[in-house]
Write a protein that binds this ligand. Structure first.
Ligand code: NAD
Length: 359
């Protein structure tokens, strides 16, 4: 008997609808292959939602997301909505969705697919074979800590943000780190600044305590400044990395760039009962509506959905294989190189479908 999964698609703004359309096609083809019934529904989020309802995350969208098994998000934002008040900006919709769904763990793989090694700005011998999973804490830390804000003190403006983590917040993200490492090559690096920040000294202590439950995982610790250097110097030393919200924000972008193109980077936000899957890139207003966007990041995000929400590792592997096979011959503009055929967003999606059929 086949299982039914409810998927909410929130395509969003800019290139969001273009890349989501291609990813949904792939999702449907792969679901069929694995005997999974999909119940798909589309709901507005971001700028388009603001235009329709006056809010970037309408209640109707949030309710649908809460009732879903998984969510696929395109991207939100664009210059049209930049003059809006901070509280109704498209990005607020996404932040609210993440926090309402308790998505405290952001998983970002940095993998070099096929011969895309030449798209990296680093030397081939440094990056070839890189395969890192950065796990960033997503709902706590300095981005959310109180007190915060700018006040006037002693006659001058003073800005303040607060780095706070409770023991349970650290435990639950570290657990994701250990369990992810177990599914990869049993190596975990915890990144902190324990020599200077007490909160991250607590982070390190809690991670060490938890490590006793995972004797098979080899744990090491790195200060964030060193981690930034090591990522560029010798990225292959890393397998799974777990870190705070702020450090993860920066390090995951740096790790991602080792691979060369933002159009290839998927992500998963998990923690609660429902996973949210989205490309790392934004709404790319400069190429929106021109059939130029690379849909592969969103297609690979669908692979992560199969792996992490539906426990179908093979489906993810199949999608990755289809992507690698496709880019051997065809490329969108962002990853174009000599000898390959240039294609648009739609054609790239169709080619991945064709590759899937052949596998
Ligand atoms: P961006 O990721 O949208 O674009 C950066 C550059 O990369 C642009 O030149 C763009 O054309 C290119 N690019 C991005 N995705 C691509 C793809 N799939 N294929 C080919 N090229 C691609 O970042 P930005 O320009 O800083 O932001 C644009 C808007 O997106 C802003 O409103 C920002 O707030 C928003 N944003 C949203 C998210 C999200 O929804 N998660 C993330 C980042 C930025």
């Amino acid at each position: 008997m086949s299982t039914t999964k409810k998927i909410v698609v929130t395509s969003g703004d800019g290139i969001g609808p273009d890349v989501s359309e291609q990813a949904v096609q792939v999702m449907q083809a792969v679901a069929l292959r694995f005997d999974l019934q999909l119940e798909l529904s589309e709901h507005p989020v971001g700028g388009i939602a603001y235009d329709l309802t006056g809010t970037p995350l309408p209640d109707e969208t949030l309710d649908a997301c809460k009732a879903a098994d998984a969510i696929l998000l395109g991207a939100v934002g664009g210059p049209k909505w930049e003059p809006l008040d901070f509280s109704v900006r498209p990005e607020r919709g996404l932040l609210k969705l993440r926090s309402e769904l308790q998505l405290y763990a952001n998983l970002r793989p940095a993998v070099i697919y096929g011969d895309l090694v030449d798209a990296s700005t680093l030397k081939r011998e440094v990056v070839e074979g890189t395969n890192i999973m950065v796990i960033r804490e997503l709902t706590g830390g300095i981005y959310f800590g109180q007190p915060r804000g700018v006040t006037t003190e002693n006659g001058e403006r003073t800005g303040r943000n607060t780095l706070v983590y409770s023991e349970s917040e650290i435990q639950r993200i570290a657990k994701v780190g250990f369990e992810t490492a177990q599914k990869r090559s049993n190596r975990l690096t915890s990144v902190d600044k324990a020599n200077v920040l007490e909160t991250t000294e607590l982070w390190r202590n809690v991670v060490v305590e938890l490590s006793r439950d995972y004797p098979d995982v080899e744990l090491n610790h790195m200060y964030v400044d060193n981690a930034a250097m090591q990522l560029i110097r010798d990225p292959k030393q890393f397998d799974t990395v777990v870190t705070t919200n702020l450090f993860g924000d920066i390090l995951s972008d740096a790790a991602a760039m080792l691979t060369g193109s933002i159009g290839m980077l998927p992500s998963a936000s998990v923690g609660g009962d429902i996973g949210l899957y989205e490309p790392v890139h934004g709404s790319a207003p400069d190429i929106a509506g021109q059939d130029k966007a690379n849909p592969l990041a969103t297609i690979l995000s669908v692979g992560m959905m199969f792996r992490y929400s539906f426990d179908l590792t093979e489906a993810d592997e199949l999608i990755q294989k289809a992507v690698v096979q496709t880019i051997e011959t065809h490329r969108t503009g962002d990853i174009m190189s000599e000898g390959k055929t240039l294609v648009g967003c739609q054609q790239m999606g169709d080619l991945v479908l064709k590759a899937l059929e052949s596998l």
